[in-house]
Design a protein around this ligand. Structure first.
Ligand code: 13P
Ligand code: SF4
Length: 308
């Protein structure tokens, strides 16, 4: 069936179709916490970037459908070169990952000879290939500490770099990238949320600006936020809206409030059920990475998993 045909089916028909196609193609669906609800509900596993990378190394399925953005599907491929990995929406990239490329990083390294490079997983395979070790928002502090270096280059997120710098002894030299979704949180959002929900703790993602992080009670990856939800009846949640929707769905008797209801990652919302069904039927869009880049990127990602 073509994409238009799938688009004519109802939500229930699409969910049934996705489940059937998944069995027929021996596929596993790995979904990020920011995916739309319909995609979250048909995913075999939901998680943050670290969990999705770990799950990709644990699955027996021969086809991995990564419902998220391109760097997540690339990470799954890098860790499983023999498996077919597909990204249902070909144009679902991460704008932050696009803020640095291989040439940029080579120039950055040349300006700081011998200083190790820690790259956030929100990067292309080419940038990972130029890096010493990767990190995610849940292990960035531990990874930088484990390096025991006096200085590290940290790419591409300046906000995550600045958060890590408050927790480690090393000097953290940042690349000036940012996430357009988290970078728009402002101190006034925190003040307003506290006034509206007195006494309710605030958790924010470390991609948020330093002033917002300073005023919050917790800083966590999306996986860490789900753990906090298990422990709190109420939370104000400073990240993409899909995370807050998952919390309220899984704990219907509790209340999780978005720090801002404008925090929507357009790229994460590009995957919908018609595209997922079409992608499973046609096993598209396949992730392909040149062998040499993949091998070098695998070194940085594997090193992260060993240290996690
Ligand atoms: P997590 O690893 O915390 O899920 O973050 C991924 C991401 O893209 C945040 O914007
Ligand atoms: Fe990239 Fe930000 Fe979207 Fe995460 S929320 S995928 S960092 S643009």
């Amino acid at each position: 069936m073509d994409l238009k045909g799938y688009a004519r089916l109802s939500e229930d028909e699409l969910a049934d179709r996705v489940r059937r196609l998944k069995r027929e193609h021996d596929a596993v669906i790995l979904g990020h916490n920011y995916q739309i609800e319909g995609v979250q509900l048909v995913s075999d596993y939901l998680g943050d970037s670290l969990r999705l990378a770990q799950l990709a190394t644990e699955t027996d399925a021969s086809l991995i459908a990564l419902c998220g953005v391109r760097f997540m599907a690339e990470s799954a491929k890098i860790l499983n070169p023999e498996k077919k990995v597909i990204l249902p929406s070909e144009s679902a990239g991460c704008p932050m990952a696009d803020m640095i490329d291989g040439d940029d990083l080579r120039r950055f390294k040349a300006a700081y000879p011998g200083v190790p490079v820690v790259c956030y997983v929100n990067t292309s395979a080419e940038v990972k290939a130029e890096s010493d070790v990767c990190c995610t928002s849940s292990n960035a502090v531990d990874i930088v500490r484990a390096l025991e270096a006096e200085r590290v280059l940290f790419v591409p997120d300046r906000n995550l770099a600045s958060y890590v710098a408050t927790k480690v002894k090393a000097e953290v030299i940042p690349w000036q990238g940012h996430c357009y979704v988290h970078d728009m949180f402002v101190v006034e959002d925190v003040e307003l949320a506290r006034a509206e929900h007195p006494g309710v703790p605030i958790v924010v993602h470390p991609e948020s600006p330093p002033g917002v992080i300073e005023l919050s009670d917790y800083v966590a990856s999306t996986g860490g936020m789900m753990k906090l939800a298990a422990e709190h009846d109420e939370l104000i949640v400073g990240t993409e809206i899909g995370m807050v929707e998952r919390m309220n769905r899984e704990y219907p008797e509790r209340d999780y409030y978005p720090l801002s209801s404008f925090a929507v990652c357009r790229n994460m919302k590009m995957t919908d059920l018609p595209r997922l069904a079409w992608a499973l039927e046609h096993e598209q869009h396949e992730i392909e990475i040149p062998a040499e880049t993949l091998e070098r990127a695998r070194g940085a990602l594997s090193r992260m998993l060993e240290l996690s």
